[in-house]
Design a protein around this ligand. Structure first.
Ligand code: PLP
Length: 428
């Protein structure tokens, strides 16, 4: 029998006073109580992968079930549901610097990425190259490949140092045969944040279109799609927006390219006159044309409370706290965890950092298992040795980070992680 891991708080460990003071001065501190309470003592640092449930979500779903579904039945389609994705897209627009009429919720991130990628390539038929990097979330690469294949294009995956976006090499790779530059705004492993304005301008200089995946930045980082002249964007609602598992994605098509880029997956939901049930397709004269089929109304409704809470808290305050949290965490980890074999795998420069931080450790996988099972800290693990710590400013506190570092240090010092398998069994 091994002793349980001490869970803290650890007032004797360095950094405690600073954390307590930072929490006290935190203008967003009250938002933690707006989320459904979880397991006591558990510290959740994976909000960049699946956000926590807002309390308001349960009420919204119950209302929908009782009033809109049970009460109004099919009458709810015209009364409420048909335009819900447009309305929530319009709210998300506030968070991404977009005209509300140019954003809509639809499908999953993978699917909307496919639609916009193929749509962009069909808008540049005389060009044959797509540029991306080797740090993207793999589904983005798979989708880009499949869309490029259908459009007869080749994909060039620009190599990086494993942490930072390879900005200079990307700019060097752009040429007048490039149809599309497609990147994630914040990279899923390292948290590197691209300079959207600079890369968009570089792609436009050669006449290429640009598609940004905002999955790891929306709700955590201020985004100005219009100010950056971005053409196309997609993003996820179940990460920092707390929309719930599998909640639908959003997409943006700028006014400037609206006439050129069309939805290649045409379905009745994107039709100009869906209830005429005409045999021929005519695209709706709005962002609605990027929808395809019936929306998952329950999941869609669940995205609204998290989006509203984010708007109310204010993205600038959220960003300020996010950088406060990540800078505090990096500093403490460098002092306390570096001597135990951890190495920072995220940008040190706050201007180039999203809202999560990766630490590498050669025994990363057993450490993560001990953290979750014994230390009650949930981060996530990305192969081969990245432990990812997501800071969600609406509910992560400085003391959460202090306790987490204390628990991790105790686990590794006591070699408790050696009780766990070092090989990951892959779930299929
Ligand atoms: C989370 C995430 C996805 C998820 O795609 P799904 O279709 O929802 O599974 C895609 N791309 C990026 C960059 C992500 O961060």
């Amino acid at each position: 029998m091994i002793d349980p891991v001490e869970l803290g708080p650890f007032p004797g460990d360095e950094g405690y006073e600073a954390a307590a003071q930072l929490d006290q001065a935190d203008p967003l501190a009250d938002y933690a109580a707006a989320f459904v309470e979880g397991e006591p003592d558990l510290i959740y640092l994976d909000g960049n992968s699946l956000g926590r449930p807002p309390r308001a979500t349960a009420a919204r779903i119950n209302d929908l079930l009782a009033e809109e579904w049970a009460g109004r039945l099919i009458r709810s389609w015209p009364e409420k549901w048909w335009t819900q994705a447009d309305r929530i897209g319009g709210l998300i627009a506030e968070l991404i610097g977009a005209d509300p009429a140019r954003v809509i919720v639809a499908d999953s991130t993978s699917i909307v990425l496919f639609k916009l990628t193929l749509g962009a390539l069909q808008a540049r038929p005389e060009r044959s190259r797509v540029i991306t990097d080797d740090l993207n979330f793999p589904t983005d690469n798979y989708i880009t490949d499949s869309a490029a294949r259908l459009a007869g294009c080749s994909v060039e995956t620009v190599g990086s140092d494993g942490i930072n976006g390879p900005v200079d090499s990307i700019i060097a790779a752009l040429d007048d045969d490039t149809a599309l530059l497609t990147l994630s705004h914040v990279l899923f492993k390292s948290g590197y944040l691209y300079d959207m304005e600079r890369l968009t301008a570089a792609a436009h200089d050669v006449g290429a279109l640009v598609l940004w995946d905002l999955s790891h930045s929306v709700g955590a980082v201020p985004i100005d799609l219009q100010g950056c002249n971005a053409d196309l964007a997609v993003g996820c609602t179940y990460k920092y927006l707390n929309g719930g598992p599998g909640s639908p994605a959003f997409l943006y098509v700028s006014e400037a390219v609206a006439g050129e880029v069309a939805n290649p997956v045409t379905g009745w939901w994107g039709h100009a006159n869906p209830f005429a049930f005409e045999l021929d397709y005519t695209a709706a004269p709005s962002i609605h044309s990027f929808q395809t089929g019936t929306m998952p109304i329950l999941s869609l409704a669940a995205t609204e409370p998290g989006v509203r809470m984010t708007i109310e808290a204010g993205i600038d305050s959220i960003r300020k706290k996010s950088l406060g949290l990540s800078s505090y965490f990096i500093e403490l980890a460098q002092r306390r965890l570096t001597p135990l074999g951890f190495a920072l795998a995220s940008p040190l420069d706050p201007a180039r950092r999203g809202s999560h931080v990766s630490l590498r450790h050669p025994e990363g996988w057993p450490i993560v298992q001990a953290m979750v099972e014994d230390g009650k800290v949930i981060p996530d693990f990305r192969e081969p040795d990245n432990i990812r710590f997501g800071m969600a400013p609406l509910y992560t506190s400085y003391l959460d980070l202090h306790s987490s570092v204390g628990r991790i240090a105790r686990i590794v010092e006591s070699e408790r992680h050696r009780h766990y398998p070092s090989e990951r069994s892959v779930i299929t």
